[in-house]
Write a protein that binds this ligand. Structure first.
Ligand SMILES: C[S@@+](CC[C@H](N)C(=O)[O-])C[C@H]1O[C@@H](n2cnc3c(N)ncnc32)[C@H](O)[C@@H]1O
Length: 273
């Protein structure tokens, strides 16, 4: 295994932070050494110093995108943190529809990983009487190209679908001979997937007029400065009065007071004031 010197680790860590907002603490040096060591071997790069050079002068960001794939944690599953999803469908959607002027609900699953979150939202909306036939669109984004590719393929293992209610499984999935669950084309057609890095101001500015944003279980990877940058961008992307869900274990308490915290059915939902 190629050794990562402390000094080079710090340079690599700073580079990753600058490009993605992901903060890697000193205690995670082994993680970088392991995950990127294999990549160095694949690319036949002899040292981490050379790899850093390759990243910095990489034209077209090819290696940078591989780096993002390697360092991100993409854990997710269908019907994750279901209390929030219920509040979304049963409380938030009817409130939005009540005083809505535009014909379509606009939802953004930000940092969607392999797609389980946006697909869950789509299925729940399709099943919900509260939608009353209103149209919706779900934009889904992630920094990692490879997770967006798997999200589009929409073929899932048992672990991912373990919380899917039986009635949804029957209606919206088909199991194949390798025990994978293939999602129905109808649900797939409801989602627009894109690669988007929260640090990319130009792409962030293009995400506008959202009614609801889900940005769950990603803020934990950022330090407070990067977290503030991300949530400020999300704030700008919401319509006035729009809603933001972050992960159940996450908080904006020490980050910003821009959002109004609402408790709906014992669940915290942030709202653009
Ligand atoms: C743990 S997953 C969360 C997936 C889903 N939101 C959920 O709660 O199940 C975190 C995702 O954040 C993405 N991510 C990390 N840094 C990002 C950035 N700077 N911009 C956009 N996505 C990022 C990762 O690629 C990863 O797929």
């Amino acid at each position: 295994m190629i050794t990562l010197k402390d000094n080079t680790f710090k340079q690599l860590r700073d580079f990753i932070y600058e490009k993605s907002g992901i903060y890697i603490s000193d205690t995670k040096k082994y993680f970088i050494e392991n995950r990127l060591g294999k990549r160095l071997e694949e690319r036949k790069v002899g040292s981490f110093e050379d790899y850093l050079y390759l990243l910095k002068y990489d034209t077209g960001n090819v290696e940078l995108n591989v780096l993002f794939d390697k360092i991100t944690t993409n854990e997710t599953f269908f019907f994750r943190e279901v209390k929030q999803l219920d509040v979304f469908v049963k409380d938030i959607v009817p409130m939005i529809l009540k005083d809505k002027k535009s014909p379509k609900l606009r939802i953004w699953s930000a940092a969607c990983s392999t797609g389980e979150e946006p697909y869950t939202l789509a299925m729940m909306l399709m099943e919900s009487p509260s939608l009353k036939g209103a149209a919706f669109e779900i934009f889904s984004t992630d920094i990692s190209e490879s997770v967006i590719k798997s999200a589009k393929a929409a073929s899932y293992g048992q672990y991912s679908v373990r919380n899917v209610p039986e009635s949804y499984k029957k209606k919206y999935f088909k199991a194949n001979s390798s025990s994978e669950f293939l999602l129905s084309p109808l649900v797939k057609s409801k989602i627009k997937f894109m690669v988007l890095n929260f640090m990319d101001d130009r792409k962030m500015k293009a995400m506008r007029d959202m009614d609801v944003i889900f940005c769950r279980n990603v803020l934990i990877y950022f330090d407070n400065k990067a977290k503030l940058k991300v949530v400020t961008g999300l704030y700008e992307s919401l319509k006035p009065g729009g809603y933001l869900f972050i992960g159940m274990a996450e908080s904006l308490h020490n980050t910003t007071k821009a959002f109004r915290p609402n408790i709906i059915n014992k669940t915290l939902v942030y709202q653009k004031a």
